[in-house]
Design a protein around this ligand. Structure first.
Ligand SMILES: [Cu+2]
Length: 406
C-alpha cells in the first residue's frame, strides 16, 4: 500500500505539473507546442496497471479463502472463466478479421487493376495466397478456441488419455507441406517470369536511369543512342551532381527529365542507383517495387499497358495520375519523395522527349575538355523550354564530330 501511495503522489504531482504547463501556454499567446508526456509517465502508468491487477487478484484470493474457512463450496470456477474468455476471444477475433477485410480490403480495390503486363500475375499470386491462408486461418482458429471452450476441465468428465495417432500426424504434416510447396513454387515461377525473360529484338526496352537521394529522384533518359552513359561518384561536383562520366560518349546525349513519361506497350528498363542511403523505387499501379542501394545497380524491366488517359476514363477520375514513391523510410522528408508518372502513346512520347534538357552544359563541356559549340553557346546556357531542343541537336552534332575523330 505504501508503494501505491508513493506512485500515486508522483503521478498526481506529474499531472499537476503538466496542467501548470498547459495553463502557462494558454496564458501566453505564444505557441509553445504540445506538452509531451515523457517515458517516465508511461512507465508509471504501466506500474499502476500492474499494481491494480495485483490488488484485484489479492482481493479475489481473500474472498476464496474466506469461503473455504466458512466451509462453503468454491466461489469462482476458473476453468469456466478461462473457457468463456477463449470463446469471447474467438468471436471478437473473427469479427476483427471481418472488419479488417471489409475496411482495409476496400483499400486494395482502390488500387484497381494492374497497369502492366507482369502486374496481373502478381495480383493473381496475391489473391491465391490470401484465399488459401484466410481459409486455413479461420478454420484452425475456430478449432483451437472452440476445443478450449467445449473441453474445459470439469468434475463431470474424466480426461481421455490419447497420446498418439499416426494418421492424424501424417495428415497435418503432408497437407500443409503440399499447399506450401504449391505456393512457393508458383511464387518462384511468377518471380522468374518477371525477371528473366527473353528480349524481343524488334521491341527492345527504352532505358531510364533513376538515382535516389535524400529526398528526391533524378531521372536520366538515354537519349537517341538508347544507352545511358556511365557515371562515377568520384566525378560528382557542384555542376555535375550525378557524377556523369562525359568521357563515355554514351553520356553526351543523355537527357534530364522532371517527370517519368513512358510509351504504352513498350518495355522499359529502369536502372536504379542511390547516392546516399537505401531507398525503394515503388510504382504501385504497375506493381513495381525494388530497393535502390548505394554502391550497387539494380534493374527492373516491365511493360506499361494502360495509358494515363485510359486509366482516367476507367476510374472516372479526370485527376488520376500514376506515381513513383519511395517505399523505404529514408529520413525526415521521406514522405515527399514523389514523382509524377505519365503513360502516353508512342507519338506523344517522342514529342515529349525532344523537349527535354540535355545534361551536358557548356560548363560541363569545359570541365571535360569537350569542344564548346560557339553559335549556340548563349542559348544553351539559359537552357530549358524550346531552346532545349536546339541544344540537344548541337549536342548530337558534337557527338557525331567526336565519333568521326575516333
Ligand atoms: Cu524514402
Amino acid at each position: 500500500m505504501a508503494a501505491l501511495a508513493v506512485l500515486f503522489t508522483v503521478f498526481t504531482s506529474a499531472n499537476a505539473f503538466a496542467q501548470e504547463a498547459a495553463a502557462a501556454t494558454t496564458a501566453k499567446p505564444v505557441d509553445m507546442g504540445p506538452v509531451h508526456k515523457n517515458a517516465i509517465f508511461y512507465v508509471l502508468m504501466f506500474l499502476l496497471l500492474c499494481l491494480f491487477i495485483a490488488i484485484v487478484g489479492k482481493a479475489l484470493k481473500v474472498y476464496e479463502l474466506t469461503r473455504e474457512t466458512q466451509g462453503k463450496p468454491e466461489g469462482i470456477n476458473w476453468n469456466t472463466v478461462n473457457a468463456v474468455i477463449f470463446a469471447l476471444f474467438l468471436i471478437v477475433g473473427l469479427y476483427g478479421v471481418y472488419w479488417e477485410y471489409s475496411v482495409h480490403g476496400k483499400m486494395i480495390s482502390h488500387m484497381h487493376e494492374a497497369a502492366s503486363e507482369h502486374g496481373q500475375r502478381i495480383d493473381e499470386m496475391f489473391k491465391l495466397t490470401l484465399i488459401i491462408t484466410t481459409i486455413v486461418f479461420i478454420l484452425t482458429h475456430i478449432v483451437l478456441f472452440a476445443f478450449a471452450y467445449f473441453y474445459r476441465a470439469s468434475d463431470q468428465r474424466k480426461a481421455y488419455y490419447y497420446p498418439h495417432n499416426n494418421t492424424i500426424e501424417k495428415i497435418w504434416t503432408i497437407v500443409p507441406a503440399l499447399v506450401l510447396t504449391l505456393l512457393v513454387l508458383k511464387g518462384f515461377l511468377t518471380w522468374r517470369s518477371i525477371f528473366y525473360k527473353v528480349e524481343d529484338p524488334k521491341n527492345r526496352p527504352i532505358s531510364i536511369e533513376v538515382t535516389s537521394s535524400q529526398f528526391l529522384w533524378d531521372i536520366r533518359y538515354a537519349g537517341p543512342d538508347a544507352v545511358v552513359g556511365k557515371k562515377n561518384y568520384k566525378l560528382i561536383t557542384a555542376i555535375n551532381n550525378l557524377g556523369i562520366d562525359f568521357n563515355d560518349k554514351n553520356s553526351l546525349d543523355d537527357l534530364m527529365a522532371e517527370e517519368i513519361v513512358l510509351p504504352v506497350n513498350k518495355p522499359v528498363r529502369f536502372i536504379l542507383t542511390s547516392k546516399d542511403v537505401i531507398h525503394s523505387f515503388y510504382m504501385p499501379h504497375f506493381r513495381v517495387q525494388l530497393n535502390t542501394v548505394p554502391g550497387m545497380t539494380s534493374y527492373f524491366e516491365f511493360t506499361p499497358t494502360i495509358t494515363t488517359d485510359e486509366m482516367r476514363t476507367k476510374l472516372n477520375d479526370p485527376k488520376f495520375n500514376y506515381i513513383l514513391l519511395c517505399a523505404k523510410i529514408c529520413g525526415a522528408n521521406h514522405f515527399n519523395m514523389q514523382k509524377n508518372v505519365r503513360v502516353v502513346s508512342e507519338k506523344e512520347y517522342q514529342e515529349w522527349l525532344t523537349k527535354q534538357t540535355p545534361y551536358l552544359t557548356n560548363d560541363l563541356r569545359k570541365a571535360f575538355n569537350l569542344p564548346v559549340p560557339v553559335e549556340a553557346a548563349p542559348a544553351a546556357e539559359q537552357a530549358p523550354a524550346d531552346t532545349a531542343a536546339t541544344a540537344a541537336k548541337v549536342a548530337l552534332d558534337v557527338n557525331n564530330q567526336l565519333a568521326l575523330k575516333k
